[in-house]
Ligand binder design. Structure first.
Ligand SMILES: NC(=O)c1ccc[n+]([C@@H]2O[C@H](COP(=O)([O-])OP(=O)(O)OC[C@H]3O[C@@H](n4cnc5c(N)ncnc54)[C@H](OP(=O)(O)O)[C@@H]3O)[C@@H](O)[C@H]2O)c1
Length: 300
């Protein structure tokens, strides 16, 4: 008999990889408030009563709570909505998982650090700078302090799902290239670690199957910067002689990206390494695979 997983907020970038990686081995119920695929059904996880009813009826072995608002500027402008979605709904998930006595997965972010250090391991103390980061960090703490059994996995700069669902850096650059831009303006003062959604989903599965409960940094190997990711992307696309990269400071985008972002949100997968269970590949290898699979015919 396959084990069952209820996945809430599964309609986004990360949900696409979880569905792909888990669907053959597990019986899934995938829900979201945006029902954008035929393997999804509706749940607004802010509704505790409905969330509890659906999970109880499905009677899963695990509860995965993936969804959140991930647009930092939207969060900055809508704090109450953000805390309802990113924080209070996580409390809902903890209640339900505990009531069913099943483990809970929650996704946290490298963005909960203030960037005063260059590199953060699993035990460094977060100091969130903006509403999004704060909403995610309080969610993280609620899980750690209250869930009976849990995995809290912190992702970095996510890449995955391609043009349809990737709302982040790679898709933003790809869109500009598709629009025929011959010069890209890239910040040179933001360091971090990309995180390929498929590697992430696989690494979560390993933790789950080994029952290594707890909190983990989970990012691709190799620390980098926004600028270096852009350089690598052009190299992979063979466009480094065609498209010019112009380095700018974050001030250049201060109207568009007004939410505070740490100068460094680089993570080290210290605990995964110690447990000898780190399958997150180097970000360059993952980026190449991502582009080759998801953007094969995108630019042409
Ligand atoms: N993207 C990153 O770079 C990144 C980095 C670190 C951690 N994370 C975390 O990883 C997780 C997945 O992020 P992602 O990148 O896959 O985000 P995403 O693409 O925006 O997907 C999140 C999904 O959650 C849904 N959702 C929002 N509110 C909901 C609600 N009340 N009920 C049900 N579903 C709801 C969203 O629907 P709508 O689109 O309709 O809002 C969306 O389909 C999040 O917890 C995020 O904080 C993301």
């Amino acid at each position: 008999m396959k084990k069952k997983i209820y996945i809430a907020g599964c309609g986004g970038m990360l949900g696409e990889a979880f569905y792909g990686q888990y669907k053959d081995k597990y019986t899934l119920k995938c829900t979201d408030k945006d029902v954008n695929a035929n393997w999804l059904s509706f749940l607004d996880f802010r509704d505790l009563k409905e969330y509890r009813n659906q999970v109880k009826e499905f009677a899963p072995d695990y509860l995965f709570h993936l969804g959140a608002y991930t647009d930092l500027e939207f969060c900055e402008k809508n704090p109450e909505d953000t805390y309802a979605t990113n924080t209070i709904s996580v409390e809902n998930a903890v209640y339900i998982a505990n009531e069913l006595n099943i483990p809970l997965l929650y996704i946290s972010t490298a963005g909960i650090f203030d960037g005063k250090k260059d590199l953060y391991d699993d035990w460094d103390v977060p100091n969130p700078l903006g509403v999004y980061a704060r909403s995610k960090y309080i969610g993280e703490r609620f899980v750690v302090e209250n869930a009976n059994r849990f995995l809290v996995c912190r992702a970095g700069w996510m890449m995955g799902a391609g043009p349809g669902k990737d709302k982040k850096f790679i898709q933003k650059l790809m869109k500009q290239l598709k629009d025929g831009k011959k010069e890209l303006f890239i910040v040179n003062d933001k360091d971090g670690t990309p995180t390929y959604t498929h590697d992430f989903a696989k690494n979560v599965m390993l933790l789950l199957e080994n029952e290594y409960w707890g909190l983990y940094n989970m990012v691709c190997g190799g620390q980098t910067s926004r600028y270096d990711v852009a350089v690598e992307l052009l190299k992979i696309l063979n466009l480094n002689d065609v498209v010019k990269l112009t380095a700018v400071s974050s001030d250049y985008f201060k109207e568009t990206y007004f939410a505070a972002r740490p100068p460094s949100e680089r993570l080290l997968n210290q605990k995964l390494n110690i447990r000898n269970i780190n399958v997150m590949r180097d970000w360059r290898i993952a980026l190449k695979e991502y582009v080759n699979i998801y953007y094969k015919d995108y630019l042409f």
